[in-house]
Design a protein around this ligand. Sequence first.
Ligand code: CO
Length: 134
Amino acid sequence: MPKVKQINHVAVVVEDMEKALSFWRDALGMELHELRDVPAEQSQVAFLPLPGSEVELVQPTTDDSGIAKYLAKRGPGMHHVCLEVDDIIGMMTQLKSRGVRLINEEPRIAADGKRYAFIHPESTSGVLVELYQI
Ligand code: CO
């Protein structure tokens, strides 16, 4: 059986990165490890790690990406929870067999080699869930 190992990250979509950092970095005092442009996701992402997980702040850099549309429609806020699994293919097969609606039918591969896929909020009580296998 594929297993969920831990929460890898929580992602928050923001309109204004500096304003978001004034809370997450400055007021809370979390360490900003990296602020990176992610052209594949048409986003700028801030990584604020904690032991075993991290908070990611995501600001769209174009108007027509999925995340830009999400921001336009719903405003800033919680975007997704990422669960790290030991076997992403096995987990996706298990979910499909239970009628769970996946956004990605196959895992996608990030620049750093991680495999990931998203599960539709319709099947998760309204939370966009990302699966990761490192
Ligand atoms: Co993510």
